[in-house]
Design a binder for this molecule. Structure first.
Ligand SMILES: Cc1ncc(COP(=O)(O)O)c(C=O)c1O
Length: 389
């Protein structure tokens, strides 16, 4: 273990502050280390492992596809791609009829903003304080959270900022130069912040009134995380449907894949060669997408998310140090009166992986959607001990 850590530290450029865990194998909600320890994974590798680690049918689909054809680009047709696109569109709100595949969340957002500019002939994009949209040039320029825009300097021009959950702040900047309003419908990194359902409705009405494209960045909230396939169309969002949804993370169960789902109206503005990608829509990723969506469906994970959320919220009431629980489904932010980082670290000592956020008092949970009540019990009991209840 020491040896692996030392070699990574020596040869890999710094990215995140890593936990002292050498992950070797995964099974459902568990991660096993090279030294034989097992960790309860309530973070899912940045919300990726929605179907659980190494879901057998996802593994089988990847294996089967890899023996047939690893890759060919969008210059040819592929049954794997046709199936994935058809399946993804079939679970999407009915007005979102076409999928564009890429490789990551940031790329999905870049392409969504580009499509909005193409469809409207306008340049400006409104995003929100606290939203995170990725680290490539246009996406980081749309990210008004902490120091990210600073890291991305010089920023792409034409990005306007509004305040989340404050429709008047949006109205104030939404003039005829604005191509799109883009938001994380639940702001995850900011500490799992949600707006009241009337905010999403007001955004939809404003966009319709002023000819603006509404983009939901569902890189975290999509693919079942909130107990619905998408936040778009859900009750919590007053059934509002945006013009574009962007996806990544859970979509391929760990095989890198991103996507934009778009309306006919947007799709009709996109011509050949306007969008392109070498790897997007590759066969392994497509096999993973279909298998992921089918696994969520056949294992009843959406129902499980709702049931386990309710159970977890109920049990958390026993821990008085948890002053609030934010979010929906299995995208939850546990708010404490004091800093959450020491709690995250103490839980790690107890072999439970959780996440922090840019709100110092909020601990984030983004577990696999197959999390069970026994594991919730394990977590709540460990949490109670850690916070000294
Ligand atoms: C809401 C949201 N959008 C976009 C991204 C960027 O995704 P990726 O890291 O795959 O580029 C992330 C990543 O954390 C995210 O949480």
């Amino acid at each position: 273990m020491e040896n692996t850590i030392a070699r990574e530290e020596q040869y890999q450029l710094a990215t995140y502050k890593k936990m002292p865990v050498v992950a070797e194998r995964g099974d459902g909600v568990w991660i096993y280390t090279s030294t034989g320890d097992r960790y309860l994974d309530l973070y899912g590798g940045h919300a990726v492992a929605a179907t659980g680690h190494c879901h057998p049918s996802v593994v089988a689909a990847i294996r089967e596809q890899s023996a047939k054809l690893l890759f060919y680009s969008n210059l040819v047709y592929s049954e794997a791609r046709a199936r994935a696109a058809e399946k993804l569109v079939s679970i999407a709100p009915a007005s979102l009829t076409k999928a564009f595949f890429c490789n990551s969340g940031t790329e999905a957002n870049e392409n969504a903003m580009r499509m909005a500019r193409m469809a409207t002939g306008r340049e400006h994009i409104i995003t929100f304080s606290g939203g995170f949209h990725g680290r490539t040039a246009d996406a980081i320029s749309a990210t008004f959270l902490g120091k990210y825009r600073e890291i991305g300097k010089p920023n792409v021009p034409g990005h306007l900022r509004a305040e989340f959950a404050d429709i008047e702040s949006v109205r104030a900047v939404a003039d005829e130069s604005v191509a799109a309003i883009m938001l994380e419908p639940i702001q995850s990194m900011a500490g799992v912040r949600m707006a009241g359902s009337e905010f999403y409705r007001a955004l939809r009405e404003l966009c319709d009134e002023r000819g603006i494209v509404l983009i939901y960045d569902e890189v975290q909230t999509g693919i079942g995380r909130t107990g619905d396939w998408f936040f778009a169309g859900s009750e919590a969002g007053d059934r509002v449907i945006p013009d574009i949804i962007t996806l990544a993370k859970a979509l391929g169960s760990g095989i890198p894949v991103g996507a934009c789902l778009v309306t006919d109206a947007i799709a009709s503005q996109i011509k050949e060669n306007d969008l392109g990608t070498t790897f997007g829509g590759g066969m392994i990723a497509m096999a993973a997408v279909t298998a992921t969506l089918e696994a969520i469906e056949s294992d009843g994970m959406l129902g499980n998310v709702r049931e386990v959320e309710e159970y977890l919220r109920r049990r958390l009431k026993e821990v008085e140090q948890v002053v609030n629980v934010h979010g929906r489904g299995l995208l939850l932010g546990l708010e404490f009166a004091d800093k959450a980082k020491p709690i995250h670290e103490a839980l790690l000592e107890k072999k439970i992986i959780t996440g922090t956020s840019s709100d110092a008092k909020v601990l984030r949970l983004l577990p696999p959607l197959c999390l069970g009540k026994d594991e919730v019990d394990l977590f709540v009991e460990a949490l109670a001990r850690v916070v000294g209840h």
